[in-house]
Ligand binder design. Sequence first.
Ligand code: ADP
Ligand code: ASP
Ligand code: MG
Length: 413
Amino acid sequence: MALLVQKYGGTSVGSIERIDAVAEKVSKFRDNGDDVVVVVSAMSGETNRLTMLAQEIMEQPTPREMDVLLSTGEQVTIALLCMALEKRGYGAHSFTGGQVRILTDNSHTKARIREIDNTRMHAQLEQGNVVVVAGFQGVDDNGNITTLGRGGSDTTAVALAAALEADECQIYTDVKGVYTTDPRVVEDAKLLETITFEEMLELASLGAKVLQIRSVEFAGKYKVPLRVLSTFEEGSGTLITLEEETDMEDPAIAGIAFERDEAKLTVAGVPDVPGIAYKVIGPVSDAGIEVDVIVQNVAADGSNDITFTVKRAESDRAKEILDTVATSLQAQEVILDKKICKVSLVGVGMRSHAGIASKMFKALADESINIEIITTSEIKISVVIEEKYLELAVRALHSAFELGETESEKVSE
Ligand code: ADP
Ligand code: ASP
Ligand code: MG
């Protein structure tokens, strides 16, 4: 008997049949005596559909109204899942984020959870009911509906698990767990039995959307046992572990992440003087645009270029800001390239293995892939390359670092 928080993603609740199947799955845990709090996403495609509706009205809808709109997707699924449980004879009670009192700050569309009141959930569990909570949403101090950013239902689940001190937070999704890379891009990607929080945090922040990064941060901070597993297939999935020590036995690389929706901006010919990076990047950050990889390159003739990446969706806005900055700094030009992507190797084992970077660069060179920017940290190496090479690069690196399943592993499955 345990207290479990289970989250079912969009594909897992993508049709009435699938919602029925989730109810069936949850009912088995109840039969086993477990207390279950379920967090659900909107049906797959629904959040995108709602976003497109808003954009038919205006290009930049107000964030507050976007949240009122987007939160409706999850409200549909909590009700349907409760009905499917009740049909089976199980008590169930739905809550929107506001009804639980998932209190957030007021940063609409990317709110952060501040506090969760667990009393109403406990009261329902004590009555023997399954608690079904809408993911991705909360409420601010003034009662406004907020949402937690795309993929935010993962964070709702982990936050509820922390607030309830659950025995485990289980993220049920459409793949069997966390793989060495996206199994939709590399067919022989290997399912990982465990991965450290540190590695999962890097993978999530570098584009592996299997878990929203905030959910991993939350789980690490509150020591929530977190597992990713399949809604559709049996298996114990991947456990995110707290192991902090690394040793020579660790594989150098845990996984490969990639980010498609990036763009690169170069401000060419700016003066090489103190404060110049701030003058270029500052106005972009001040506009709320997140700046990612940054390089400054001073050539032998003293000419200075500053290059950085931003999310593709924000790149036109960033370019407009930079055009103004460039005029005031008398820079040569601002160049925007939207056809780039970022591929990253992640592994705590990098700390104790040398030569990872050169092996990475060789694997890309062998495929004639040009590297535009390189950035490293203790446990990751990222390269920015042309977008058209993304799949080729990920597959080449996956095989160069022998991350795939060996023949014997394939047979034993
Ligand atoms: P959900 O709707 O259940 O939240 P998501 O689409 O947000 O599901 O996340 C699951 C998807 O993440 C998988 O279908 C897979 O394509 C993708 N993914 C990317 N990187 C990885 C990885 N390293 N391991 C597993 N899945 C990954
Ligand atoms: N429905 C939201 C989204 O599509 C939240 C989630 O599914 O986690 O991003
Ligand atoms: Mg998701």
